[in-house]
Unconditional design. Structure first.
Length: 181
């Protein structure tokens, strides 16, 4: 044990470790800040259920058909009110009952509105008695480690450790340069 304590490598490592512990800002930026950032990003990017999309319908029959889909919530309104709600962004889709069928009014540049259109059409066709041509089922998979935060935390820790080591090397060389002057 005494030969280890007399080793120059041990002495140098011990001295560097004690110097590091004397700088509380380095401890904060290397160890505490990445943990706080990871917690904040974990809260921001947590897994949430799919959003329920808002839609409007001009008849009670359409409203019931739209509400039968768990991805949609519909309210009954006249066409003028629905157009106003669509323009203000309160609903994504307006289903208008016509003589020959159903007309959909929505903004096709909005991805949520396009999704609402597909869900609405599926719900209305199903309510009208349409049968599926082929049976299908969903097999939902939630992979652990596939979230954004699972990749960010190791990257942040590695980047902070590497950056602090490079900063410390530069700082130490500047400190030595001042002594030599």
């Amino acid at each position: 044990m005494s030969s280890l304590r007399e080793s120059s490598l041990y002495q140098l490592t011990s001295m560097r470790f004690r110097l590091f512990l004397r700088e509380p800002e380095a401890l904060f930026w290397i160890f505490i800040f990445p943990i706080l950032l990871a917690v904040g990003l974990g809260i921001a990017f947590r897994n949430r259920p799919a959003d329920v999309l808002q839609a409007g319908a001009t008849s009670a029959q359409l409203m019931e058909a739209l509400n039968s889909d768990k991805g949609l919530t519909a309210a009954t309104m006249d066409q003028a009110e629905g157009t106003h709600e669509l323009a203000t962004g309160r609903i994504l889709l307006l289903a208008i009952q016509g003589g020959g069928g159903v007309a959909y009014k929505y903004d096709d540049t909005n991805p949520d509105a396009r999704l609402a259109r597909l869900l609405a059409d599926r719900a209305i066709q199903k309510a009208a008695g349409q049968k599926e041509a082929r049976q299908s089922s969903n097999d939902l998979v939630h992979e652990t480690g596939a979230r954004y935060i699972d990749f960010v935390v190791p990257g942040l820790l590695g980047m902070n450790l590497m950056g602090s080591a490079i900063w410390d090397l530069d700082f130490q060389s500047l400190r030595r340069g001042k002594r030599n002057c």
